[in-house]
Design a protein around this ligand. Structure first.
Ligand SMILES: [Zn+2]
Length: 384
């Protein structure tokens, strides 16, 4: 189809407005994103719309794309029909009119980016405020919470500096009856973990609400608006973009072990049993942050190839010569593995000489054995 400028017009439609127009239900705003069930495959929070970038992505079915792709997904239209639904029928514009359209589209995009950056800075400021008001974690319920998760640090008298304790933190959920308002569902002790960006600056905090009366040590609160569901006991404030929770970084470290979650990363650390003594242990906070954007297309869903134009994903520091990702969770192991491969290959591409491996703890498999027996990942396609 000859480009008549309508694709650019379609890209000017703000995602928030489009989501309203398509009446996609149950999306909740967090920072620059709308998160909720996928209009294609359902679920709870696998679907995200980036308001800043004007794109969407489903972590399960891998549906993704721009405004036009979203209309295709929700209404089941083909490309020409989706474009027409969005911006009307084909137009015959003069080159001047088309140039003017492009200029306005650029201006609009810059404004949106500036607004998103302002919101990001506000969120970072809030995260720093939360962090500065919290207490050192040593000899607090944070130690007991981790012990409940089977994590006994060798020197629990000295908790890693990335952790802090809050005696009382408010857990809120969006109010279903009053748009933009929140309802407090719990107030109590919490573990904080610092999320640092590549330069080491604190850009976010990860909060876990503690309830030592629960088997897993986290609060279990029935969701006030979703029957049969509980409220997530963990929350990230600020920006996790390219960041990590730097749990343990020995001097002269050359290896790094990273899992998505704090508990898994710590489990790997306490299970290493004398091996990997000099390794750093960092949590990647979020699988998407560890993976970054992937190259997608026919046959590439599980290929695990990074899209190197993504500048936002986590990249290990220069000193990392060996990077080991621990595969966490098991909701969709094949896709999770593809994402981890993408992140490792990104690191290999950007840090020449770095070697990489994935370990996947399973039933009855010892974490330490795994760390020792990890098979290297290669840059080639289809190395599995
Ligand atoms: Zn989906």
């Amino acid at each position: 189809m000859r480009d008549d400028g309508r694709v650019e017009l379609a890209h000017r439609v703000p995602m928030a407005e489009l989501v309203d127009r398509l009446a996609i239900p149950s999306l909740i705003r967090t920072g620059d994103e709308l998160v909720g069930p996928c209009p294609g495959c359902g679920g709870k929070d696998r679907f995200g719309v980036s308001l800043r970038k004007g794109v969407f992505l489903c972590r399960r079915c891998d549906a993704k794309g721009d405004q036009i792709a979203l209309v295709k997904l929700v209404l089941g239209l083909d490309f020409p029909a989706a474009l027409e639904w969005l911006v009307g029928p084909r137009q015959n514009l003069t080159p001047q009119q088309r140039a003017e359209q492009r200029r306005r589209a650029d201006q609009h995009r810059r404004q949106r980016e500036a607004e998103a950056e302002r919101r990001r800075q506000d969120a970072i400021a809030l995260a720093r405020q939360i962090w500065s008001r919290a207490e050192p974690a040593t000899r607090t319920p944070v130690v007991d919470y981790l012990a409940r998760r089977g994590i006994i640090l060798r020197d629990s008298a000295q908790m890693p500096g990335c952790f802090r304790f809050e005696p009382s933190a408010r857990l809120v959920v969006p109010d279903d009856n009053r748009r933009g308002e929140f309802v407090t569902v719990h107030e109590g002790p919490a573990m904080l973990a610092a999320i640092s960006d590549a330069s080491g600056a604190l850009t976010g905090v990860h909060r876990t609400w503690i309830d030592l009366g629960q088997p897993k040590g986290k609060v279990v609160i029935p969701h006030p608006f979703k029957a049969g569901e509980t409220v997530a006991a963990k929350k990230v404030y600020g920006s996790k973009k390219g960041g990590a929770i730097r749990i343990h970084t020995p001097r002269d470290a050359e290896a790094m072990v990273m899992a998505e979650g704090i508990e898994t990363t710590l489990s790997a650390m306490v299970a290493r049993d004398g091996q990997l003594e000099g390794a750093a242990f960092w949590a990647g906070v979020d699988l998407g942050n560890m993976a970054g954007a992937r190259r997608l297309g026919p046959g590439l869903k599980y290929a695990g190839l990074p899209d190197l134009t993504d500048r936002d994903a986590f990249v290990p520091p220069q000193w990392v010569k060996r990077l080991v990702f621990v595969q966490d969770g098991d909701s969709e192991p094949k896709l999770t593995r593809a994402k981890l491969l993408s992140g490792l290959r990104r690191a290999m591409a950007l840090r020449p000489g770095l070697t990489a491996a994935i370990v996947h703890p399973g039933e009855g498999i010892d974490m330490n054995d795994l760390l020792m027996g990890a098979t290297d990942v290669t840059q080639r396609e289809g190395d599995e």
